[in-house]
Write a protein that binds this ligand. Structure first.
Ligand SMILES: [Mn+2]
Length: 341
C-alpha cells in the first residue's frame, strides 16, 4: 500500500471516482464520504458516493445525502459507476468484507483502490491508503487529507457539517480518549468558517421516535443484566422484542453505551437477534480491549474501546458462549477496573 500523499499529484487532473463506506453506515461513514465528495467535486472530479445499503434516518440531513446511490436498490447504476471509474475511495473501513454484499463487486474493481480509515488491523491490499487507529474518526482524517492537499480554504459549510457530525459521534460528543487537541483544533477551524454545532447535535441525537425511547426504557429496566464481579453488563434482545417496539436497524444505535455510565461497569455488550444472524456491539472504558475480545470469540473487531461482532448460533447459545468468555476474562476485567479507579 503506497502512502496517500503519493496520490495527491494524480488528482491534479480530473478523474472519475467512486467513494464508499461500510455496511450499515453511521455518521462517520456518511460524513467522511460526503465530506470528501463535496471536496473532490469542487476540484473538478466526476464522483459519486455509493452506500452498500440503506442509510439510517438520523444522518439523512447531511448536505447532498440525496445524491448517494444505494447499492442494494440501485445495483445497476452502482455497477456502471464502478466499471467506468479510475479510483475507488474506501472510507471508515479497512477490509472489503465490511461492505457485506457489495464486497464481491468491489473486489472486481479494475482501477486504484484507496483506503482512509482509523480501525485496527488494516488489509494491506489497497493501492494507496492511510490507516491511523489513534485518529478520532475518518472525518478527522478527511479533514487532514484536504489540508495536506493545501486546500483548507476550500472547506465550506457543507463539508464542515459532514466532517463535524462524524467526529462528534465517533468521539462520543468529544469525551472518549481519542478526543485529542487536534480534534478540538479542527472543530475550532470549522466553527471559524461559520459552522453552528448545536443544530448538528440536535439533528443526530434529538430525533428519537416515541417507540425508540420507550424501547430504551424497557431495555434498561428489564433487559440489562450485570455480572458484577466482572464489571460487565449484557443486554440481549430477541427478534420478538425488537418487533414489539417496532425497532429498525439504526434504532438500537448507542444503547450499548448506557451501562458504561454505571460506576462499577467497564465492559458493556449489546446483542440483538436480526434476520439472519445475531449482531453484537462491544464497548469498554479504560484498558479492556474489546477489539481483541470481539475478534477472538465473535468474528468481529473495530477499536480498542468499541467493536462489533456476530454469531450464527441461537440467542441462548450465543449468550452461553459470551458468558463463558467473560468469566475467562474475570481477572483481566478486575485488573482493568482497578487501573481505571
Ligand atoms: Mn469511524
Amino acid at each position: 500500500m503506497k502512502p496517500i500523499q503519493d496520490l495527491i499529484p494524480e488528482l491534479n487532473v480530473p478523474k472519475k471516482i467512486v467513494i464508499t463506506h461500510h455496511y450499515n453506515p453511521d455518521a462517520d461513514a456518511l460524513g467522511s464520504t460526503l465530506g470528501l465528495w463535496h471536496y473532490l467535486k469542487m476540484k473538478g472530479h466526476d464522483c459519486i458516493v455509493i452506500s452498500p445499503n440503506a442509510m439510517p434516518d438520523f444522518i439523512l440531513w447531511m448536505p447532498k445525502s440525496e445524491t448517494v446511490i444505494n447499492f442494494e436498490t440501485q445495483t445497476n447504476e452502482a455497477s456502471k459507476w464502478l466499471d467506468s471509474s479510475d479510483y475507488l475511495f474506501c472510507l471508515d473501513f479497512n477490509h472489503l468484507s465490511r461492505t457485506k454484499y457489495f464486497a464481491p463487486v468491489l473486489e472486481k474493481f479494475k482501477g486504484q483502490k484507496v483506503m482512509i480509515d482509523h480501525h485496527l488491523s488494516p488489509d494491506e491490499s489497497f493501492d494507496y491508503g492511510i490507516s491511523i487507529p489513534s485518529k478520532s474518526s475518518t472525518c478527522e482524517m478527511v479533514y487532514d487529507f484536504i489540508n495536506s492537499c493545501g486546500d483548507n480554504a476550500l472547506i465550506n459549510l457543507d463539508i464542515a457539517k459532514c466532517l463535524y457530525a462524524g467526529t462528534m459521534t465517533d468521539t462520543g460528543s468529544f469525551k472518549f480518549p481519542c478526543t485529542t487537541a487536534s480534534v478540538h483544533a479542527m472543530v475550532s477551524d470549522l466553527m471559524s468558517k461559520g459552522l453552528k454545532t448545536a443544530p448538528i447535535h440536535e439533528a443526530v441525537y434529538d430525533n428519537y421516535n416515541e417507540n425508540r425511547l420507550r424501547f430504551l426504557g424497557f431495555v434498561l429496566s428489564q433487559k440489562m443484566k450485570l455480572i458484577t464481579d466482572c464489571h460487565t453488563s449484557i443486554i440481549a434482545i430477541s427478534r420478538s422484542e425488537l418487533n414489539e417496539y417496532n425497532i429498525n436497524t439504526g434504532d438500537t444505535e448507542g444503547v450499548v453505551n448506557f451501562p458504561l455510565s454505571l460506576k462499577n461497569v467497564i465492559f458493556s455488550i449489546f446483542i440483538s437477534e436480526r434476520e439472519n444472524e445475531i449482531r453484537m456491539s462491544f464497548r469498554s472504558k479504560g484498558n479492556f480491549n474489546v477489539n481483541e475480545f470481539a475478534r477472538t470469540y465473535f468474528s468481529g473487531g473495530g477499536h480498542a474501546n468499541a467493536a462489533g461482532g456476530k454469531s450464527d448460533d441461537s440467542l441462548e447459545k450465543t449468550l452461553e458462549k459470551l458468558t463463558n468468555a467473560i468469566l475467562e476474562h474475570k481477572n483481566i476485567l478486575q485488573q482493568c477496573y482497578k487501573q481505571s479507579n
